[in-house]
Design a protein. Structure first.
Length: 546
């Protein structure tokens, strides 16, 4: 009997089946393999299933990327050249000779998870919702150049545009395609109050469907068997557990309670280094942090004073102390891992002696010997603010305070709730503020540095330079991203000289995964960019698709 059990245990061959038949028994039906599944963790919960009215949260965008397709899929190849696109819902597209129209040809085999075909009507419906004043999508301005979306036939849709510019294709493609047959019955005026209805009538088009969502507890994705690419996803089920305390994520992973975690702190990443069965996957992101100087308030209206502030901040020490190697010193408003970054720029050095010289030349002296320089009897003292929810930025304020003290400047750290901080920044009610931007792959930095964005926009420091304005506008009008690069380079050089920001650091984003989880390739577009390719694979960990 023991010999027979061994044969059955290995028995996929004819000999094992013959042995069973000889004993007068029929072979038992082969059991289906267990589902391939992985469990992760997230700080943020899902904020909704309709991106046009859900809160603008990165995790929600990442999940909706798995549930809905776009016309094209932007690729993460923007380090050496402008990003390219691969076909997704649209199998091909072409421009008219005059660049006034672009025609997309949709996959005929693409269907919603309920079996309904995905058609050009869905594409037009999505555009109508995106531009609707009643829906009030946060990114509706991206569609301003589209005058019409024409349904040519069920699988052909033509966009009519009023102007051509460097990243028009990016803007045309932005946004997931939404289901007219499921959501079209809801008037646009009711969309912002229809979160439950959208969830109840949810159909998806991506590699996964939403199998379960318990707010505050977990989100479960399951394989969409009707996805047009039958080879994906490789996992049958992916669960995200909601755990707002980020400090617990590394412990859960180390204990084997979860399979992956993204957004780890550098300290937690270091704790996981060398843990059996766990590997770190750090990657360059699209973010930089900065100190913005309010040029409406003296002495920060003077570019030389702003440069002195930069020279007085030891940014490499900040990176080494706060990030343990998982960041680099920032140089520019365009991160250094982008094709448009000016690689001839070098960070201003830490040079407190030169900073003190500049301050003295501008009339700042320590006349009373208290260690703080004054001008016209007024000490160089200011508030340096940041959001209280970011502990690393709060720690940075303390370190910057100590460093600036060495050049005779009194920076007083102040932390506050993020919404209050943003309101004050938009209203220019601050001296200096530490914050950060996640830069879009279009490299459109106009919102942060154009004078037209100073009143009510994100040009917090009220920075104004006519040449920067001119070149920002020219970069937007360029016929291609490559043709915009000379203007982008000159903008970076002007900002480098005038220092409206002290560019602090470019942090890496850090994921960690169990070794059994293979082909995990997070990138600057999304931590779960290739989630549909993840799989369980025994043996050495793999990080690239076969």
């Amino acid at each position: 009997m023991r010999t027979l059990e061994r044969a059955v245990g290995r028995g996929t061959g004819a000999a094992a089946i013959a042995l069973l038949l000889a004993c007068g028994r029929s072979p038992a039906p082969e059991a289906p393999p267990p589902p391939a599944q992985a469990v992760g963790v997230t700080i943020a919960d899902l904020s909704g299933v309709n991106e046009l009215v859900a809160a603008d949260v990165q995790f929600t965008s990442d999940i909706l990327d798995q549930l809905f397709v776009q016309l094209l899929a932007e690729q993460d190849d923007f380090q050496e050249h402008p990003p390219t696109f691969r076909p997704e819902l649209a199998s091909s597209h072409e421009w008219s000779a005059d660049r006034k129209t672009i025609t997309f040809h949709l996959r005929p085999d693409a269907v919603w998870s309920d079996g309904a075909p995905i058609t050009a009507d869905d594409v037009r419906f999505t555009w109508e919702a995106q531009k609707s004043d009643a829906v009030a999508w946060s990114y509706s301005h991206l569609k301003e150049s589209i005058s019409d979306v024409e349904v040519v036939d069920p699988h052909t849709v033509r966009f009519h545009v009023t102007q051509d510019y460097a990243y028009l294709l990016v803007d045309l493609n932005d946004g997931k395609i939404l289901p007219r047959h499921a959501w079209g019955a809801v008037p646009f005026a009711d969309w912002r109050g229809s979160a439950d209805r959208f969830r109840e009538t949810l159909v998806t088009s991506g590699p996964f469907r939403l199998a379960e969502w318990r707010p505050g507890e977990r989100i479960v994705l399951e394989k969409n068997d009707r996805f047009y690419d039958r080879a994906r996803p490789r996992l049958d089920r992916v669960e995200f557990r909601v755990a707002p305390d980020a400090a617990t994520h590394a412990d859960l992973l180390a204990a084997g309670a979860i399979d992956f975690a993204c957004g780890l702190s550098p300290a937690d990443a270091r704790r996981l280094e060398g843990k059996p069965g766990v590997r770190l996957v750090p990657f360059d992101f699209r973010q930089y942090d900065y100190v913005c100087w309010n040029s409406r308030r003296k002495p920060f209206d003077d570019p030389e004073i702003r440069r002195a502030m930069t020279l007085g901040i030891d940014r490499q020490a900040l990176v080494d102390t706060l990030f343990a190697g998982f960041a680099r010193v920032a140089v520019s408003a365009i991160p250094s891992n982008f094709w448009g970054f000016d690689r001839e720029l070098a960070p201003w050095p830490y040079d407190p002696a030169e900073a003190r010289r500049i301050l003295a030349a501008k009339g700042f002296r320590d006349s009373n010997g208290d260690g703080i320089v004054e001008r016209s009897g007024k000490p160089f003292s200011f508030e340096l603010t940041t959001n209280s929810s970011n502990r690393m930025r709060g720690d940075a304020l303390v370190l910057i305070q100590e460093q600036l003290r060495q050049i005779g400047v009194d920076a007083r750290p102040v932390t506050m709730e993020i919404h209050t901080l943003t309101e004050r920044n938009v209203a220019h009610e601050f001296d200096a503020t530490l914050s950060g931007w996640a830069v879009d792959t279009t490299l459109d930095i106009k919102p942060y540095f154009h004078s037209s964005e100073a009143d009510g926009g994100y040009n917090f420091g009220d920075y104004r330079n006519p040449e920067v304005d001119r070149r920002l506008d020219a970069a937007r009008r360029a016929a291609s991203p490559e043709l915009a690069r000379p203007d982008l380079v000159e903008i970076q050089r002007i900002l480098h000289r005038e220092q409206p920001y002290t560019f602090l650091w470019e942090p890496k984003r850090i994921c960690a995964v169990r070794d059994e989880l293979a082909y995990v390739r997070p990138n600057a577009l999304s931590s779960y960019f290739n989630l549909a390719e993840w799989r369980l694979a025994p043996g050495p960990p793999a990080t690239a698709p076969d």
